[in-house]
Design a protein around this ligand. Structure first.
Ligand SMILES: [Zn+2]
Length: 124
C-alpha cells in the first residue's frame, strides 16, 4: 500500500466529510425557521412535529457519524506517520487492501469491525 495514495484518499474523505458537516449547519438553521412556521399554520402540526423531531434526531445521528469518521481519518493520518497504518488495532493483523481502498480510515479488520459493531448494538 502506497502511503502517498493513502494520504490522498484520506484527504478526499476529510473533504467529503467536511462538506457533509457544513451542509448540516445550513440544514439546522433552515429547518428551525421552517418548523416555527409550520407550528402556527398547519392543522396537522402534531404529526409534523413528530416527523420533524424524528428527522432531526436522524440528522443528529448522521452528524455524529460524520464527526466520528472525521476523527477516524485524523487518527489514520497519525498512524500513517508512526507506521502502524493498515494493521488492525484489535488483533494486529494486516487489514485487507481492498477494505482499505474502500474505507481508508478503517481501524479494524473486517472480523473485529463486525465484532465491535455487534457489541455497540448490544450495549445501546
Ligand atoms: Zn482484527
Amino acid at each position: 500500500m502506497d502511503p502517498e495514495h493513502v494520504r490522498e484518499r484520506l484527504a478526499e474523505e476529510a473533504t467529503r466529510l467536511n462538506e457533509i458537516r457544513s451542509g448540516f449547519d445550513d440544514l439546522g438553521r433552515e429547518s428551525e425557521a421552517e418548523s416555527l412556521g409550520e407550528l402556527s399554520s398547519s392543522d396537522q402540526h402534531q404529526a409534523d412535529v413528530g416527523t420533524e423531531t424524528f428527522e432531526r434526531e436522524k440528522d443528529l445521528s448522521i452528524l455524529e457519524q460524520v464527526e466520528a469518521e472525521l476523527a477516524d481519518v485524523e487518527h489514520a493520518l497519525r498512524r500513517l506517520d508512526d507506521g502502524t497504518y493498515g494493521t488492525c488495532e484489535a488483533c494486529g493483523k494486516v487489514i485487507d487492501e481492498a477494505r482499505l481502498e474502500a474505507l481508508p480510515a478503517a481501524r479494524f479488520c473486517l472480523d473485529d469491525q463486525s465484532k465491535a459493531e455487534r457489541e455497540a448494538r448490544a450495549g445501546s
